[in-house]
Design a protein around this ligand. Structure first.
Ligand code: SF4
Length: 394
């Protein structure tokens, strides 16, 4: 990475890893590589609520079918969204195109998977990409043109641009210009194969503004008006709703705005338990074993012909997987992480040595002897487990 980014730490969750890297200027950023948890309706609650990584591993989508990655686009974020743990971190501006690309190079270097038929990579994680649009679209172009993964031929990339669409970017672009530029880029440079996700969270514009920490964002009506003027091929534009108690999501309002199933789909997301969400007293309408209210809302969209997907993480990953959590936690020099992760501060260094010779470490495997993940940032065939198991498990 030509010393633009240096490795600080890696955190293991049952379905993947979160890397904390430091920029040359000393700012810590996060990037992730994860797998999708596949569950049928019967097992849904059991898997989602389990604290046993082995149960989750049994239900992971194979990498070759789906691989989920995210990279940071800014050093912190200028916004203060009520549900996001990036918000309290200091904002220090944009990452360069090279720094964004280096995160992708790093993820490829640190992960021994040669090929995925759907390598979906989100350009947001830490940061709002609209403010850094030239560097983000530049990095996506490098990615889809194949110049970033010389050693991993055959990745079928699906870039994902996730935005709250601020009315004005820090570089002076209007939200409408950002929207049009991304739509054009999607169709021309990516042949439609770009997933454009727009955070909505409520159909009440006043409430949206409050949830976005006071940020002025493009109204949903304006977004629908503009998108409807474009030919949308391959991936439709996704309106994301983190569905919270007491927060309006009015399907009729959206249909009256002109929500068109040929151009749009909707993603319904349970609220994760972030520190910021708790501090702002936000409450989810769905949790790991009760999706009834979310399904009822999905049915209203479906009755109007709008495709709906759910996006939920497993309970044991809630602490750590959400943006910004591990940059804050990275003050501690943690090397090994026990899998029962409930809170970020539960990561700890155990006390007794293991030393079992274990095979190739791939993302979500653990040492069978001590059941600790072994942190490593090198690709080796055989490594010695250097985890130290605790004398007691309190
Ligand atoms: S949700 Fe996105 S835009 Fe909002 S504070 Fe977090 S990173 Fe920034």
């Amino acid at each position: 990475m030509r010393n633009r980014l240096s490795f600080q730490n890696v955190y293991y969750l049952p379905s993947g890893r979160i890397f904390v890297l430091k920029t040359k200027g000393g700012y810590t950023i996060e990037c992730t590589e994860m797998r999708d948890v596949l569950v049928g309706s019967k097992l849904h609650a059991k898997v989602r609520t389990s604290q046993d990584p082995k149960l989750i591993w049994k239900h992971l989508a194979p990498y070759k079918d789906k691989w989920l990655l995210t990279v940071s686009t800014q050093k912190g974020c200028p916004h203060n969204c009520q549900m996001c743990d990036v918000a309290p971190l200091p904002f220090k501006g944009n990452l360069s195109q090279e720094e964004i690309e280096d995160q992708i190079r790093y993820l490829l270097y640190a992960t021994p998977y040669a090929q995925s038929n759907k390598a979906k990579i989100g350009f947001a994680r830490m940061g709002e990409p609209a403010h850094n649009i030239a560097n983000v679209l530049g990095a996506i172009l490098s990615l889809v043109s194949g110049s970033l993964d010389e050693n991993t031929t055959g990745q079928k990339w699906l870039p994902c641009f996730n935005s709250i669409l601020p009315r004005q970017t820090i570089q002076g672009l209007s939200g409408q210009d950002v929207l049009k530029r991304v739509l054009k880029f999607k169709e021309v440079q990516c042949n439609g194969r770009l997933h454009f996700q727009i955070s909505c969270n409520s159909t009440d514009e006043e409430k949206r503004k409050e949830l976005f920490g006071g940020a002025d964002v493009l109204t949903i009506k304006k977004i629908i008006d503009i998108v409807n003027q474009y030919d949308i091929t391959d991936r439709t534009v996704t309106l994301n709703f983190i569905v919270m108690k007491g927060v309006e999501v009015d399907v009729k309002k959206l249909m009256d705005f002109g929500l068109n199933p040929d151009k749009f789909m909707v993603k319904l997301i349970p609220l994760n338990e972030t520190d910021n969400a708790k501090a702002n007293n936000l409450e989810t309408v769905a949790n790991y074993n009760n999706y009834d209210d979310l399904k009822a809302l999905a049915d209203k969209f479906k009755a109007n012909g709008i495709p709906v997907v759910f996006d939920a993480i497993a309970k044991c990953e809630e602490a750590g997987l959400c943006c910004g959590q591990l940059v804050s936690a990275n003050q501690k020099p943690v090397q090994h992480i026990k899998y029962e992760i409930k809170k970020v501060n539960a990561f700890r260094l155990p006390d007794t040595e293991c030393k079992k010779q274990i095979g190739y470490m791939v993302g979500t495997e653990i040492c069978e002897q001590c059941e600790y993940f072994v942190a490593h940032n090198e690709q080796k065939r055989i490594i010695t487990c250097s985890a130290v198991t605790p004398n007691n498990d309190d």
